[in-house]
Design a protein around this ligand. Structure first.
Ligand SMILES: Cc1cc2nc3c(=O)[nH]c(=O)nc-3n(C[C@H](O)[C@H](O)[C@H](O)COP(=O)(O)OP(=O)(O)OC[C@H]3O[C@@H](n4cnc5c(N)ncnc54)[C@H](O)[C@@H]3O)c2cc1C
Length: 298
């Protein structure tokens, strides 16, 4: 069992949080306050997103380094193929090994929406599986081979670039065969989709932990933005009924969204899911409420 798999299996249930780097320098301190608040809930790890093409290379690195230095939590930085050469990825891995990072979430990333003709010829890695292989075999003067565990993304409701759902699972399996240590899923609102995905992984002989991505809806605008970003995600009728009832009352709507996420997490835990990854959107209050109601404080 790899180090990150040991960390995940020690969680029972594993709880992890996701943050994105601050969009403006003046937001750094309030984000760090959020992170310190959530530290009390002892997550197995926290992950930090990456702007595909390196748009957040410095801010992701700065946040990850600060989490290593100023908290007891293990940060897992995301890293994308899009817009990067092998040399750039090597430099980033060396920087992370110096600050004590032990695991990377390896992603393909998406070409920028602003550039529909984005040319990927300059990218040394086409798919996440290529990046998984590179990270697993990476070594340099300052980084020993095998320094990093690797996580990968999973899509219980499919991925928009691969409508063939059998092929999609073969691509998932390729990431695992390259050495991925765990899967973290896209957010979903229908637990059946997750349980079915677990079963389909089982059928592909994928036996690494699968952590379920859960995002509480806290505003109507946020839900609409998320529907755009997570194309293909089913916003279930059950969720929409709960949310639309409170369109004119933001506080009640937020409570309804959090209640839905609590019920979803409880259902996942009851079925023995390997872990829950909460998309915090850099706010602590919804996450704290969910953890309190689930009585998860370790
Ligand atoms: C948990 C999570 C975290 C994320 N964090 C970030 C982030 O920090 N930054 C960011 O930019 N994006 C992030 N994303 C979004 C992600 O980068 C995009 O959804 C991207 O389109 C897919 O990435 P992937 O790693 O799954 O790619 P891949 O596994 O490479 O798959 C991408 C598509 O290509 C297909 N495919 C794979 N291999 C082949 C092949 N050999 N031949 C043909 N087709 C193939 C797959 O079926 C899929 O449709 C995240 C997604 C998730 C679920």
């Amino acid at each position: 069992m790899s180090r990150i798999q040991q960390i995940i299996s020690a969680g029972k249930p594993t709880v992890t949080f996701e943050f994105f780097p601050p969009r403006k320098p003046e937001l750094s301190e309030s984000l760090f306050k959020t992170i310190k608040t959530l530290e009390a809930y002892d997550p197995s790890f926290v992950s930090v997103t990456y702007g595909a093409g390196g748009t957040t290379r410095k801010t992701t690195h700065d946040l990850v380094s600060r989490i290593c230095k100023d908290t007891s939590m293990s940060p897992i930085p995301h890293l994308t193929c899009i817009g990067h050469t092998k040399e750039e990825i090597s430099g980033i891995l060396d920087e992370y090994s110096k600050v004590g990072v032990h695991t990377i979430l390896a992603l393909r990333g998406d070409p920028p929406q602003s550039d529909p003709n984005y040319d990927r010829k300059g990218d040394d890695f086409q798919y996440a599986a290529d990046l998984v292989r590179f990270i697993k075999n990476f070594e340099s003067d300052s980084t020993p081979k095998g320094a990093f565990g690797v996580g990968v993304a999973g899509f219980p409701e499919g991925h928009h670039h691969t409508p063939n759902r059998l092929l999609e699972m073969a691509h998932m399996k390729a990431k695992v065969d390259e050495g991925a240590d765990y899967i973290c899923t896209q957010l979903f609102f229908d637990n059946h989709a997750f349980f079915d995905y677990q079963d389909r992984c089982e059928l592909e002989w994928i036996h690494i932990p699968i952590i379920a991505g859960v995002m509480p809806i806290t505003t109507l605008g946020g839900m609409k933005r998320m529907a755009e970003l997570s194309a293909g995600t089913n916003f279930t009728a059950k969720l929409l009924k709960q949310i639309y009832r409170f369109q004119d009352s933001p506080e009640d709507l937020k409570k309804a969204g959090i209640d839905y996420a609590i019920e979803q997490c409880q259902g996942l835990i009851d079925q023995g899911c390997d872990g829950i990854h909460l998309y915090t959107l850099n706010q602590s209050n919804a996450t704290v409420e969910i953890l309190k109601q689930l009585n998860i404080k370790r």
